[in-house]
Every structure is written in structure tokens, then in C-alpha cells.
Write a protein that binds this ligand. Structure first.
Ligand SMILES: Nc1ncnc2c1ncn2[C@@H]1O[C@H](COP(=O)(O)OP(=O)(O)O)[C@@H](O)[C@H]1O
Ligand SMILES: [Mg+2]
Length: 231
């Protein structure tokens, strides 16, 4: 069983008023393996964010199928979708999306509290330490640098051990060296935790850490490139 499988997925956004529709994805098929780190590249508007939203069951294809493990996302009711998102999927964003009124450890703990998981504070602290942010656990987001906020956001995304980690331009708001720390954490999430990582990115250097690079163009795969085996 694959972790994430998309079969001929399309996404049509209805145009407003006299606008025409946008076909943001036009038949995307790919099977993502456990622990695979995939970089999704292509120019702005090619469908990267749309693809991540389908892969995370935040949105559904207009036609075609998205399978997360053995669940067809478009076949789930709201309760099952909520459970799927809370237990199987982690999301990381360009602008971090930390809650400003919660400190670092409270941000990381929140997904566990929402799903009623045990040992929430302890597990949140373990994750913060994993991203080397344990010492700053009591800081509020506005007291952290961009790179530090993104590390907290990674800890939050990983706190429930998701099978699928989705990252939308996670280094887009960081300088190169800070971005490289974030990329290394994503690589370790795949290697050490077996998470399938799907990262949309603009930057060429981001793709160096990936096992697979998917080039999207106008909502279709233009090319799939696999990294040379490094043993
Ligand atoms: N909610 C939406 N409603 C209408 N059109 C959208 C919506 N979201 C994205 N689009 C359009 O779909 C296409 C793909 O967008 P997106 O997936 O955001 O691309 P990328 O992340 O690669 O920049 C673009 O033409 C964009 O304008
Ligand atoms: Mg985008």
C-alpha cells in the first residue's frame, strides 16, 4: 500500500462572473512512496499549491482520485476527514502560520490537544528539542526569527507523526543558510520518521535534498527526475 497516490487528478476552479474557469491540474498521476522526499517545481501558477491541497485532503479533485493510504479522500465524511488530517498529514507554510497568542510549545502541542492525544506537552517538548528549539519553548512567535518560527512550525507539523508532510514554499521567506537548516529537517523527517515529504519550491538549491523532482507545467507533469543513488 502506498502512502499517497493520485490518479488522473484534475482541479477546475470556477471563474467569477465573466471570467473563464481555470484548469489548475490537468490529469496528475503519481504514486508517492513511504519516506520519499519529492520536490515539486514549476513557475508560479503551475498548480503546486493546488496539488498540495489535494494531497492533504484540504480540497478535492474535480475528477480523478486521491488516495491517502487506503482512503479515497473524496469518499470521506467530515468526521473521517478531520481524523485523517489530524493523524496522517502535516502542513508547513511559507509564512509559518503560528498562532500569535500561543508560545512555541503551545503551538506545537495544539494539534495533540485537538485530537485528545495523551502526553501532549511532553511530546510537544520532544519535537521542539528535535528541531533544536527546546531552549526557546516559552518564546512567543514575535520573539522568534523567521528560521526559528519555521522550526517550530515543523515541530508542530510532525508532532503527531504524520505519514504525509506537505510543505508549500517552506524556504520562500528565509535566507539561504536558514533555508538550508529547514531543508535538512525535512530531509530528516523523511529519512528518520519515514514521512513522505512533498515540498513545493521555487528555489533550485532546495531540490538538491530531494529524492525525486517533479516539474509541473500548466497543471501537468512535464518531467520526473530522480536523484542519483547516493547509497
Ligand atoms: N481558489 C482559487 N480560485 C480560482 N483560481 C485559483 C484558485 N486557486 C488557484 N487558482 C488558479 O489555479 C492556478 C494554479 O494555482 P496554484 O495552485 O496556486 O499555483 P502555484 O502554487 O504553482 O503558484 C492559477 O492559475 C491560479 O490562479
Ligand atoms: Mg503556490
Amino acid at each position: 500500500m502506498s502512502v499517497l497516490r493520485m490518479v488522473n487528478a484534475t482541479k477546475r476552479y470556477r471563474g467569477a462572473a465573466n471570467e473563464s474557469d481555470t484548469l489548475a491540474l490537468r490529469g496528475f498521476t503519481y504514486t508517492f512512496e513511504e519516506g520519499e522526499f519529492v520536490a515539486l517545481v514549476g513557475r508560479s501558477g503551475c498548480g503546486k499549491t493546488t496539488l498540495l491541497n489535494l494531497a492533504g485532503a484540504m480540497d478535492f479533485p474535480s475528477s480523478g482520485e486521491v488516495w491517502i493510504e487506503d482512503q479515497l479522500t473524496s469518499g470521506l465524511d467530515d468526521a473521517a476527514l478531520t481524523r485523517l488530517r489530524r493523524t496522517r498529514i502535516g502542513f508547513i507554510f511559507q509564512f509559518f502560520q503560528l498562532l500569535p497568542t500561543l508560545n512555541a510549545v503551545e503551538n506545537v502541542e495544539l494539534p495533540l490537544l485537538l485530537s485528545g492525544a495523551p502526553r501532549a506537552r511532553e511530546r510537544a517538548m520532544e519535537r521542539l528539542e528535535w528541531v533544536e528549539m527546546g531552549a526557546l519553548a516559552a518564546r512567543m512567535p514575535h520573539q522568534l526569527s523567521g528560521g526559528q518560527m519555521q522550526r517550530v512550525a515543523i515541530a508542530r507539523a510532525l508532532v503527531h507523526n504524520p505519514k504525509v508532510l506537505l510543505a508549500d514554499e517552506p524556504t520562500g521567506n528565509l535566507d539561504t543558510s536558514t533555508g538550508n537548516v529547514v531543508l535538512e529537517l525535512l530531509r530528516r523527517a523523511a529519512a528518520e520518521h519515514g514521512a513522505t515529504v512533498l515540498m513545493a519550491t521555487h528555489s533550485a538549491e532546495s531540490t538538491a535534498v530531494a529524492d525525486t523532482i517533479i516539474h509541473l507545467r500548466d497543471g501537468v507533469i512535464e518531467e520526473v527526475r530522480r536523484a542519483a543513488c547516493t547509497g
